[in-house]
Design a protein around this ligand. Structure first.
Ligand code: TXA
Ligand code: MG
Length: 355
């Protein structure tokens, strides 16, 4: 099959309707389509078309017990997928949707789609990306979509990276440029009693706590699923037990509470036998240069110091893929403080660094 890239030139409503006609028809006829979201690119199918959903698992080589997120375009529609709706769900959905936020709750009784992989819960999110939104609107139903990478690889954050994994496997990739957030959505599960953070993302733990507090909702947020990456027993999102986000190169983290500590750590871990890719802040970059520690055969990708955490998260997956193309054997990426989206950055980095 020849894969076509559909380049989106502008976000004008009429233009989008025309540009998305072919992929919408493809989805309606049971095909799988790759599309942009504000988090990462997704590979989608009509959520209750069992054959089309099976094809997503096929193309990605995704384990059958790993459920998919359904993408919809309003909170009203989102509600319909769940068996109950209460104040907590309402506050979370109205505060963070549309946006990089997935809500997992007990599924409505009449749902028997393979997207849930046999679980009695379902994950639903409302993307804020205008192209994704229009696609859902024109299709008129939810789109089941995991990230558009082959299982285990870094999620694609632009159409070329999606093409690298999917060329020849589907007909359309919608090219909407670079993803705004660059890491997958925050996943929260709520069963009416316990609120769990299953995956950190663009909506931070701090954001969730603030919103709950502002609405006088006093419940704890269980973060155990993300705290211990090595203890897979506690991973409640089934996908978390699989190796993730991994480039071909090995990944190491340049640890340190200060730039000085990071330089020491980096110096100690250097081995001349490897071609190294560095993913570092411009501050660390300057200091490594000043100390003569950047060697000519190293590949360096720098993120800026202003909005450091956002920038680092935004470019991480792209950098992983770029270092692979540059044939690096080892990637060394800088540790960042785990606040706001820094938590999501460190979470993806730690997972990629698991040996
Ligand atoms: O930002 C995102 O969420 C992207 C874009 C495309 O929307 N999608 C994405 O999907 O990251 P995926 O399949 O790569 O990751 C979804 C994660 C998986 O780890 C899966 O196990 C978990 O969500 N998940 C989905 N439904 C679940 C459920 N009912 N219970 C527990 N975990 C669930
Ligand atoms: Mg994924």
């Amino acid at each position: 099959m020849k894969t076509k890239l559909i380049k989106i030139e502008n976000l004008n409503d009429d233009y989008l309707t025309g540009a998305l006609e072919a992929p919408v028809n493809a989805l309606k006829s049971g095909q799988v389509v790759c599309f942009p979201t504000e988090t990462v690119y997704g590979i989608g199918a009509v959520w209750n078309d069992n054959d089309a959903v099976a094809e997503i698992f096929n193309i990605k080589n995704r384990p059958q017990d790993n459920p998919l997120i359904v993408h919809v375009n309003s909170v009203e529609v989102m509600k319909g997928y769940f068996s109950f709706w209460d104040e907590v769900a309402d506050v979370l959905a109205r505060s963070f949707c549309p946006g990089p936020f997935t809500l997992i709750m007990p599924k409505s009784e009449d749902i028997s789609s393979p997207v849930t992989a046999g679980l009695d819960t379902i994950g639903v999110r409302i993307p804020s990306n205008k192209i994704a939104n229009k696609l859902i609107e024109l299709l008129g139903t939810g789109i089941a979509a995991p990230s558009a990478n082959i299982s285990g690889r870094p999620s694609p954050t632009n159409a070329q990276d999606a093409y690298e994994d999917l060329n020849g496997k589907l007909e359309y990739i919608i090219d909407g440029g670079k993803s705004d957030v660059g890491v997958e959505s925050t996943i929260v599960s709520w069963d009416g009693k316990k609120l769990r953070l299953l995956r950190p993302g663009g909506v931070s733990l701090e954001d969730i706590s603030t919103v709950l507090e502002n609405n006088r909702i006093y419940i704890d947020i269980d973060t155990s699923a993300i705290e211990d990456l090595h203890n897979q027993e506690v991973a409640l999102a089934p996908g978390m037990k699989y190796k993730h986000y991994a480039p071909k190169a090995t990944v190491d983290i340049i640890y340190g509470k200060s730039i000085k500590e990071k330089i020491e750590y980096f110096t100690d871990s250097l081995s001349s036998s490897r071609k190294i890719g560095l993913y570092i802040s411009s501050e660390l970059h300057s200091e490594l240069l000043a100390n003569n520690l950047i060697k000519p055969d190293m590949e360096v990708i720098v993120f800026s110091d202003s909005n450091k955490h956002e920038e680092a998260a935004n470019g991480l997956f792209e950098a992983f893929r770029e270092f692979d193309r540059l044939a690096c054997d080892n990637i060394q990426a800088e540790e960042l403080v785990e606040v706001e989206i820094g938590t999501a950055y460190m979470n993806r980095l730690r997972k990629a660094a698991i040996k």
